[in-house]
Design a protein around this ligand. Structure first.
Ligand code: F6P
Length: 323
């Protein structure tokens, strides 16, 4: 293969496990005889030429750290053709022959743009939202879910002590995955997600029913992208008198931090190695991802234009288990 130097970038919202993936890219790149540069501060840093050569020791002690040591940023200007051309010029000047781009759907769109311009790039999905098409799960989702259920377990303690209903808002942008999965595994009475509209009356009926059946508390998980938001829902539940007094907890960015789980570290390692191996084999224009037990590759063009579907079978299951 002709590529001698590759670069690795983390972009978009940070996700736990990004560091484990950077480490995997660096260590596998070195093992395959490549020079590896880290791009600091996402695509903005790439255009600005903010690179750092990474040796094996430079990525020591980061496997267990949340966030990204390369730092990240949202950089909408990367959609502009002249900015993409500027990026190509910088990559050429630094002698970089290929790029591994770690991030969510916005990052994959940026990666697809570079590939269209003829620059070899392979994407790695990392976003707590789990909305990236082409993979069963992205890096960071599992850790975020563990953070959410730990918080809900704690809220349940105080909810049960006061006989209250807690409305818990999770992240996920326009995707209900985090709310739906965390709702199931924390035993929520009701889950509101963007993909499945539910009225306040229906939520109130479920909460009232929980009260009537002698439950000491009720948990309602609301995705940040749900049509009926957490605070609006509280106002309506209070007006509809469910029996429980209610409180709202917005979990927010706490869901993005923390030590990556065992699962996230493992897929970070698998994806990082697979991405480098693809580039070494002359591959480009794909994102690696997980399908069942296998690491697969999906065209970046397909990934960039679509959103991973939320399986509504889980929604049916959640309603059944809440009784
Ligand atoms: O995409 C990850 C995410 O955390 C979303 O769940 C959320 O909507 C968004 O990023 C928040 O973005 P920011 O950190 O830029 O406020």
């Amino acid at each position: 293969m002709s590529v001698k130097t590759i670069a690795v970038v983390t972009a978009g919202g940070d996700a736990p496990g990004m560091n484990a993936c950077v480490r995997a890219v660096v260590r596998s790149g070195l093992a395959l005889g490549l020079r590896v540069l880290g791009v600091r501060n996402a695509f903005e840093g790439l255009v600005g030429g903010d690179f750092q050569e990474l040796g094996a020791r430079d990525v020591g002690g980061i496997i267990q750290r949340g966030g990204t040591v390369l730092q990240t940023a949202r950089f909408p200007a990367f959609e502009k053709p002249q900015v993409q051309q500027a990026a190509l010029a910088v990559l050429a000047a630094r002698g970089v022959g290929a790029l591994v781009a770690i991030g969510g759907d916005g990052t994959m769109r940026g990666a697809a743009a570079l590939d269209r311009l003829g620059f070899p790039v392979v994407g790695v999905p990392a976003s707590i939202d789990n909305d990236v098409y082409g993979t069963d799960i992205a890096i960071g989702v599992d850790t975020a879910l563990n953070t959410i259920i730990e918080a809900i377990d704690k809220l349940r303690d105080t909810a049960a002590s006061h006989r209250r209903a807690f409305i818990v808002e999770t992240m996920g942008r326009n995707c209900g995955h985090l709310a739906l999965m965390s709702g199931i595994i924390s035993g929520a009475e009701m889950i509101l997600i963007p993909e499945q509209e539910v009225g306040a009356e229906e939520v109130a009926a479920a909460v009232q029913d929980a009260y009537a059946r002698g439950k000491t508390h009720a948990i309602v998980v609301v995705a940040e992208g749900a049509k009926l938001g957490a605070n609006a829902l509280k106002t309506k539940l209070d007006a509809l008198r469910t029996g429980f007094a209610s409180r709202v907890t917005i979990l927010g960015h706490v869901q993005r931090g923390g030590r990556p789980s065992a699962w996230d570290r493992l897929i970070a390692a698998r994806f990082g190695v697979a991405a480098v191996e693809r580039l070494v084999d002359g591959g480009s224009g794909v994102m690696v991802g997980l399908q069942g037990r296998s690491v697969i590759a999906t065209g970046l063009v397909t990934v960039g234009g679509r959103k991973r579907d939320t399986d509504l079978e889980y929604y049916r299951m959640a309603r059944m288990l809440a009784k």
